[in-house]
Design a protein around this ligand. Structure first.
Ligand SMILES: *[C@@H]1O[C@H](CO)[C@@H](O)[C@H](O)[C@H]1NC(C)=O
Ligand SMILES: *[C@@H]1O[C@H](CO)[C@@H](O)[C@H](O)[C@H]1NC(C)=O
Length: 496
């Protein structure tokens, strides 16, 4: 009798939860991180993997399939998403053999090895539908997805490894309220086919959501709506009220998916985060408030008005580390998204919900020797301008500008900062601290308060040049050529 009643209850409860939650019945969000490598001060990948593990971070999203990074992840137990670069989409879309080769070289051999890499996802393209790409990758996405999927099937990996396409949030829009969300009209057909593919393979729709960018770009955007502490400007959408931009954006996507017939598709967040420098609204306090608010919100499993009780399947924070060679066309903040600085040092306390209430620093970072390049106080500085310009074109001086932690260190401080950052970029080559006799090497840390004069990392390479996770725009390519030209010119006239 009791058993029958219990059975009936379980059946009822199951029916009830199925009705409420299908098809996500047991979804719980997990927090992972994006690991980008657009930096000239790269820590050895094993040090980064230790950092992930020390902080309990069990999921990582990569933008490519770097050999050293994947080797370091082998046997770590960390779940990995590898990425097909946008530039590779055309070739893979056009050729099954190219897709086979990509999967063989960048997936199979790592998965197969004993104590291998736990690759769970392949991101095909990175924000390939971004409006600023003017459609150049758009037609390749689905054929590339299809070809990679066939290669996975052939390699017997299709049941374990899922394909996703990380989309930018400008793939959909709404005139005002989330329920009016629709995909961009040029994407309706592609998104319908993509959603059909994802739903057959059981993969989530992946989107990058940036309330920071909304706030940065629009002076009308209510600041408190970007965060998670409630808003004095909630968005009222029929019976639903939105108190934060993240939920509003998420449900705009849910509405867009509903309109193409896939309102039930699980959603994962490929990138979300807040930078610590490089804009007035980017600082340690706002970054902490946003990221902590986001994590608590997601881990509460509260969901959104259109998906109550159903958080995103995964959330990948952007980003693990600062990357000081990223393009600053969008703004100086681009180089300061890290939860950690370039060398794995925590910037602010954060509870990732993974067991510890603060983040732990990287250990055994192989720094260059503790020495710095600063301006020689005895020198006349009238001719320092060109040196400063060159140093700051090559190295990252964004912290000296408004909204940076080193913005208030004065003219001499600025010059020393620039000299040092260039000297460290050149791996402390003594000649790179000359600056026509204006520079000098010091063994006393010149850091001023929160403004850190960094010491580079000994990665065993001269002048690391790493590729960017977004294609260089013609403008930044032009700047690079100009830099090379200026450098050659300086070399020729013997003043550098
Ligand atoms: C594997 O990925 C890397 C970069 O992520 C790429 O350069 C390489 O071409 C890929 N291999 C193949 C066979 O496509
Ligand atoms: C240098 O210092 C001044 C203040 O002394 C500041 O206004 C300026 O933005 C700083 N940064 C650079 C790159 O010149």
């Amino acid at each position: 009798m009791a058993a029958a009643a219990a059975t009936a209850f379980v059946a009822l409860a199951a029916a009830f939860s199925a009705a409420l939650l299908l098809p996500w019945a047991v979804v719980e969000a997990a927090v992972g991180v994006n690991w980008g490598t657009v930096s000239a001060h790269r820590m050895p990948p094993p040090v980064v993997v230790d950092l992930l593990r020390a902080n309990g971070i069990a999921k990582v999203k990569l933008f490519d399939a770097d050999v050293a990074v994947l080797r370091a992840l082998a046997g770590s137990g960390v779940e990995v998403m590898v990425g097909v670069r946008n530039e590779a989409l055309a070739g893979i879309a056009a050729s099954r053999a190219a897709a086979d080769a990509w999967v063989a070289q960048n997936v199979s051999r790592y998965v197969a090895a004993r104590g291998g890499v736990d690759i769970r996802y392949i991101a095909v393209g990175n924000e390939p539908f971004l409006t600023s790409y003017q459609g150049q990758f758009q037609s390749y996405v689905l054929p590339a997805v299809t070809n990679i999927q066939q290669s996975l099937v052939k390699a017997n990996l299709a049941s374990y490894i899922k394909i996703v396409v990380p989309c930018n949030a400008d793939a959909y829009q709404s005139a005002s309220i989330p329920s009016q969300g629709v995909f961009r009209s040029d994407l309706t057909q592609i998104m319908t086919q993509l959603a059909a593919f994802l739903s057959t393979t059981g993969a989530p729709f992946m989107v990058n959501i940036y309330p920071f960018i909304s706030l940065y770009q629009s002076s009308d955007f209510p600041q408190d709506y970007a965060f998670f502490d409630g808003s004095s400007h909630p968005v009222v959408d029929g019976p639903n009220v939105y108190y934060n931009a993240f939920d509003g954006n998420f449900d705009t996507l849910v509405s867009a998916l509903s309109k193409i017939g896939y309102g039930q598709l699980p959603i994962a967040i490929g990138e979300v985060g807040w930078p610590t420098e490089g804009a007035t609204i980017a600082n340690l306090a706002t970054a902490r408030a946003f990221n902590q608010g986001l994590i608590s919100h997601v881990l509460s499993n509260k969901g959104t008005p259109l998906r109550p009780g159903v958080p995103p399947v995964d959330v990948y924070l952007f980003s693990l580390l600062d990357e000081e060679q990223k393009s600053i066309l969008p703004g100086n903040f681009e180089r300061h998204w890290g939860l950690f600085s370039f060398d794995g040092q925590t910037k602010y306390p954060l509870n990732l919900g993974l067991g510890s209430s603060v983040l732990k620093n990287a250990r055994d970072v192989p720094y260059l020797p503790p020495r710095w390049c600063v301006v020689n106080p005895g020198q006349n500085l009238v001719n320092v301008g060109n040196h400063l310009k060159l140093a700051c074109t090559m190295a990252d001086c964004t912290t000296l500008y408004y909204g940076g932690l080193c913005n208030a260190i004065g003219d001499k401080g600025n010059i020393s900062y620039a000299f040092n950052i260039y000297y460290q970029l050149q791996k402390q080559d003594a000649k790179s601290c000359d600056f026509d006799g204006l520079g000098m090497i010091t063994y006393l840390d010149p850091s001023i308060g929160q403004c850190r004069f960094l010491v580079g990392i000994d990665d065993g390479r001269m002048l690391a040049v790493s590729s960017s996770d977004r294609p260089a725009s013609p403008l930044s390519r032009g700047l690079w050529m100009l830099t090379v030209w200026v450098l050659l010119w300086f070399t020729n006239v013997g003043s550098f």
